[in-house]
Design a protein around this ligand. Structure first.
Ligand code: SR1
Ligand code: MG
Length: 389
């Protein structure tokens, strides 16, 4: 596919990012500004523009017309910048404190100008460094409950809901997840990336037709089930933290998808960290249980206070919806754990284990945990049942 740049679009440099910040009047003319490109994700440019003399800084995030992690050979829609800024605005309506403030966005330049969170740390980095964040389960459980409930058919009229589904159609970014999370790791495809020592374990996955049947069912849910506006990529690299605060960033994969997906990715990435840090295992497993408890309490509260759907008053309905969310989240978590171990996009939690023997052993453990979550998701009715071995 050819790389298509819309007329007017140019990738920013530190110099043009400074000019843009002044042109948009975020800083007065003549300010002495510095710009640093700090993007460490797979897809975008991220500039921090600062005026140290007045202690002010902003972030300018710009989508590139290709996936940075692979290069220009993988063209990617710039529309994801608009999806991201629109999703941040919707999330902010229902969970204001959990997302950065968006100051400005532009579809043609594919930019979002937003609050600088330089006092925050990426949750994945903090966990790998050995920190723990006590507020995260409460913040993430409440965030997911509010954003899911308020964007679903339980809260919106059928017309409004369908309009939102249309507004958040995100086929190219969904395709990345369909391929990289659900399909590729389960077949002998070139995108996969795993260490030679794991070859036999990976081949066993490719041959496991029972497992593949369950992954197919999960992928079908991802493809077809438009429950609510989901973040779509809620791993621990999409969450900024301090000791007291939590902010969800990067919803460029947002679309109307299944209720359980964000919870599943979040659980999976805590589990990946727990596999790498046995000393934190109990704490992280406890945080998963707490996130689910907060989520269910909040979701039920919203259900009884704000539903517009008459069937929500029927006894047993909310519990059956929550049971399905739990089951799906476990299956999605299993797929995420497997793809982060043998697929294209890895995580530092596992790859950062220096000792070769230990790293391979932990990755094998990850594959077996991922399989277990997918295959046994119907039997796990209480998250306290999850163990790493
Ligand atoms: C080519 S993009 C690879 C991964 O990075 C993003 O953060 C998503 O997780 C995607 O699957
Ligand atoms: Mg991202």
């Amino acid at each position: 596919m050819a790389l298509i740049k819309p007329v007017g679009y140019e990738p920013l440099t530190t110099e043009s990012a400074i000019n843009l910040a002044i042109q948009l009047k975020f800083f007065p003319e003549g300010s002495t500004l510095s710009a640093v490109e700090i993007g460490d994700g797979n897809l975008n440019l991220v500039f921090r523009i600062s005026d140290l003399s007045i202690d002010k800084s902003i972030i300018i995030k710009q989508a590139l017309p290709y996936a940075k992690v692979v290069g220009e050979s993988w063209p990617l829609t710039l529309h994801r910048a608009t999806i991201e800024s629109n999703a941040l605005k919707v999330f902010s309506q229902f969970s204001k404190d959990r997302v950065p403030d968006v100051y400005y966005s532009d579809e043609i330049f594919a930019i979002t100008v937003m609050e600088d969170l330089s006092d925050y740390k990426i949750l994945r980095t903090g966990l790998i460094e050995g920190h723990s964040y006590e507020e995260v389960p409460k913040h993430i459980g409440t965030f997911i409950a509010n954003t899911l409930f308020h964007t679903s058919d339980f809260a919106l009229s059928p017309e409004d809901k369908k309009e939102r589904v249309r507004q958040f159609l995100n086929p190219e970014l969904c395709k990345i997840t369909e391929d990289l999370v659900f399909t590729d790791p389960f077949f002998d495809y070139d995108t996969n990336n795993f260490e030679g020592e794991l070859t036999k374990d990976v081949q066993a996955i490719w041959k496991d037709t029972l497992l593949k049947l369950e992954v197919a069912r999960l992928k079908k849910k991802f493809l077809t089930q438009s429950d609510a506006l989901i973040h779509g990529d809620l791993h621990t690299g999409s969450i900024f933290v301090t000791e007291q605060d939590t902010k969800v960033i990067d919803p460029e994969f947002a679309f109307y998808g299944p209720f359980g997906f964000d919870l599943g990715q979040f659980f999976a990435n805590l589990l990946l960290n727990a596999l790498a840090r046995p000393q934190a295992e109990q704490h992280l497993l406890g945080q998963i249980v707490e996130t689910w408890d907060v989520f269910t309490n909040e979701f039920k509260k919203l259900w009884y206070a704000h539903s517009q759907e008459p069937f929500t008053q029927i006894e047993g309905y909310v519990d059956s919806v929550l049971a399905e969310i739990l089951e799906d989240s476990l299956g999605f978590a299993g797929c995420e754990i497997i793809r982060r171990t043998i697929g294209l996009a890895h995580v530092a939690d596992l790859d950062g284990i220096q000792d070769d023997t230990l790293r391979i052993q932990v990755k094998r453990q990850a594959l077996s945990l991922g399989k277990r979550l997918i295959l046994q998701r119907q039997k796990i009715t209480n998250l306290k049942q999850i163990t790493l071995t």
